[in-house]
Ligand binder design. Structure first.
Ligand code: LLP
Length: 412
């Protein structure tokens, strides 16, 4: 049993029996621990930590994170409005736009959030707005990394950020309109394996910053990885701090009073704290493959299908030292690609056993859908003293269909 999680196999099994599966279960204490680790990393420097809420935006989890001294990073107006429930100061909400509409921009200006703009055309629209005053600029540092090509955002060809050679034009444009660029930002990708790469991108940002006279903050993005596979290289945060600390310290000497550096990981706070519980419904042997058919799938955890992501899978109903077999864990969606894990040695399993899909707290529920019109999983938050909070009630099939008909304004 992984000692990072305070929830035992026995607890998983009893939660599955009580609330039914599929069910997401989160360890509140582990999330708090990650927040504390983050905010104490650069204690002697003006560094703030934000949480990229796209990783998991259940409001109860946002509350835990907010109370641990971490702010919010958002990427849509919907996320901004959600975070508005947790702060009285909208400027604390960092909003990185991506292909934003005029309506969204107008609303962001009206609300007073910190808008981070990643396209020259949008920057001009922003400056032309009579009520706009200042914003942050997202650049493309031409250094990208990620656990998969689909999540590499710093690559020069990626759709994100303003090209380095266009930065001067942005500065001139701000002057022309009499507005200010007060922040500089880059996010190189999700699942950065090597701390040196993040530090290299930080240096690109710090260098680019010299052209901006009104700067009050530099945001280095997120991307701190989670070790999903036992062979995954661990991104040692302390090691990173040793590399990044002196770079920031030197830069700070030339910065005005009140200047801040920011980081905005998402996955790192919540991935390991979340587990997707499912129940084995069928066991079948197809020539060479022994399938365990579950009551969840790509609609609840898309990562294996979308990024070939590897998640630990454990049969929590059986002793771990029981005789093993090699299984492929399949979902219940009508697509042959709906496979959650391939060729895993697990205790000899039976229909009705509960299986835990681990490290699913980030980009699990937020990427879940109702494909095949299936219900979404319920969500449970487990507190350190074992107190259980239902943070999203499980729905049965009839409730899901009723809600769907209502949303479609279909009169039955
Ligand atoms: N900041 C920005 C601007 C981002 O686009 C992202 C993630 C983050 C921060 C947080 O990245 P993190 O620290 O969580 O790596 N669905 C994919 C991950 C997509 C991430 C997209 N952007 C997955 O399941 O791996």
């Amino acid at each position: 049993m992984d000692n990072k999680l305070s929830i035992t196999h026995q607890t998983f099994e009893s939660l599955a029996k009580k609330y039914g599966t599929p069910l997401y279960v989160y360890d509140a204490q582990l999330i708090r621990k990650r927040c504390t680790q983050a905010v104490s990393l650069f204690e002697d420097l003006p560094v703030s930590w934000l949480y990229a809420i796209k990783a998991n935006d259940n409001p109860h989890i946002l509350k835990v994170i907010r109370e641990s001294g971490v702010g919010f990073d958002t990427v849509s107006l919907e996320e901004v409005l959600l975070c508005g429930h947790f702060t009285d100061n909208p400027a604390e909400i960092f909003y990185t736009e991506n292909s934003m509409s005029d309506e969204e921009m107008n609303e962001a200006i009206r609300l007073g959030v910190t808008l981070n703009i990643g396209a020259v055309s949008r920057l001009e629209r922003f400056f032309q707005h009579p009520d706009s005053r200042e914003c942050s600029l997202r650049i493309n540092p031409a250094i990208g990394e990620g656990h998969h090509t689909r999540v590499n955002t710093g690559d020069p060809e990626s759709k994100f950020g303003v090209r380095l050679d266009l930065i001067d034009d942005c500065v001139k444009m701000a002057d022309k309109y009499g507005k200010k660029i007060v922040g500089l930002h880059a996010h190189i990708g999700s699942g950065i394996k090597r701390p040196e790469n993040l530090v290299a991108a930080m240096k690109v940002l710090l260098e680019a910053a010299s052209g901006f006279k009104d700067l009050r903050m530099i945001n280095f993005g997120g991307g701190v990885p989670t070790p999903y596979h036992p062979d995954d290289q661990i991104f040692d945060l302390d090691e990173f701090a040793k590399l990044a600390g002196p770079v920031l310290k030197e830069d700070l000497e030339n910065r005005p009073e009140g200047f801040r550096y920011l980081f905005e990981p998402g996955r790192w706070y919540v991935a390991e704290a979340g587990t997707l519980l499912t129940t084995i419904q069928t066991i079948k042997n197809q020539v060479e493959t022994l399938y365990l058919g579950t009551d969840t799938g790509m609609h609840h955890l898309l990562r294996p299908m979308l990024y070939d992501a590897w998640h630990r899978v454990e049969n929590v109903s059986k002793p771990q030292d029981a005789p093993q077999k090699v299984y492929t864990i399949a979902g219940n969606i009508c697509e042959s690609g709906d496979i959650l894990a391939e060729d895993r040695a697990m205790p000899d399993s039976e229909v009705g056993d509960v299986v835990a899909i681990r490290d699913a707290g980030a980009y699990g529920m937020t990427m879940a859908s109702q494909y095949n019109r299936r219900s979404l999983p319920g969500e449970i938050l487990v507190e350190k003293d074992g107190v259980i909070q239902v943070i999203r009630a499980p729905k049965n099939a009839q409730e899901t269909v009723n809600e769907f008909l209502r949303e479609c304004a279909f009169e039955v």
